[in-house]
Design a binder for this molecule. Sequence first.
Ligand code: ES4
Ligand code: ZN
Length: 324
Amino acid sequence: MNNFIQNLPKAELHLHIEGTLEPELMFKLAHKNDVILPYKTIQEVRDAYNFSSLQSFLDLYYAGASVLIEESDFFELTWAYLQKCKEQTILHVEIFFDPQTHTKRGIAFETVLKGIVKALQKGKKELGISSFLIMCFLRHLSEEEAFKTLQESLAFKHHIIGVGLDSSEVGHPPSKFERVFKMARQEGYKVVAHAGEEGDNSYIWEAIKLLHVNRIDHGIRCDEDATLVDFLVQKQIPLTVCPLSNVKLKAVLNMPKHNILSLLKQGVLVTVNSDDPAYFGGYLNENYAALKEHLNASKKELTTLAKNSFQASFLSENEKQHYL
Ligand code: ES4
Ligand code: ZN
C-alpha cells in the first residue's frame, strides 16, 4: 500500500457495519449459530461477489447478515472493522447499522446495538478511535416500519447520533420517509440519506428539500443538474462518495470515468469512503489508492479529500480543528 495514503489521517463516514462481514467470519458464525449458507467454501462466497446492480448486491448482503445472531457476533464484527481502521490510520468513524435487517429475523434491537456499542467503546479506549453510530431505515420497507424502528431507537438515543436511509433506491424516493425524518430531527438526530447512487438527481433534491439532510450518501448523480452542483457547493452539503462500490455495482462504468475529482475541482465537499468493504474489494485506503491509480489524484487532492472527511463529520467544530 502506498505509504502516503497509509499514513494520511482519515475519517470514514459511509460504512455499513454489516458490509464489513468477511467470508471467513461469515463461515465461522454460520457454524457457531447453525445457520445454513448457500455456499460450501469461502472461495464460493468470493466468486459470488460479481454484481450487476445495487439489488444484486443487496440480496447477498442480507443473506450474509443472517449469520449475525448473538450480541457477541455484532461485537466481533465491529471489533474486526476497528482493527482494520487502526491498520489504515482511520482516526474517526461514523458507522451505519441496519436494525431492520436483524429485527425482521427476530433479533432484538438491543442485542444489535449493544454488541456494536461495546466494540466502539473498546475501540475508543484501546485504539484511540472516536466513533458515532447512525441508524439506517431500509427504504424498501414501509413508512410504518421505519416509524416503529425510530420509536424503538429512542431508548438508546444516547448511543445514536443520527438516522440514515439505505437499501433499494429506485422506486423508494426520500419523499416516502418525509414524516419519519421530521420526527427524527425533532428528536435531535442528525440526518443523512443515500441518494443519487442509482436514483437520478431528483432523489438528491428530495433528500435536501424534504428530509433536510446534513449529508448526502453517494450523490454522484448530482452532475446531471448544474443547479444542483452549484447548490451543493454554495451550501457545502457533503457527499460521502464510495468509488470502489460505485464501480462494483455498475453505478459508474469504470474507475477512470468516476466523477469524484471533477466534483472536488468544482468545489463540492466530497469525501472518500468504503461502503461495504468486505463485498467491494477494498477498505478505505484501497479506495484512496484507486483514485491515485486510475484518476491520477495528486497528493494535494488526496490530502484535501482526507481533510474533507473530518470537515464533513459530526465531530464538534472544536474537535474538527484538531485534524484540519
Ligand atoms: C448499501 Cl451500497 C449500498 N447502497 C444502498 N444501501 C446499502 N446498504 C448497504 N450497502
Ligand atoms: Zn452505502
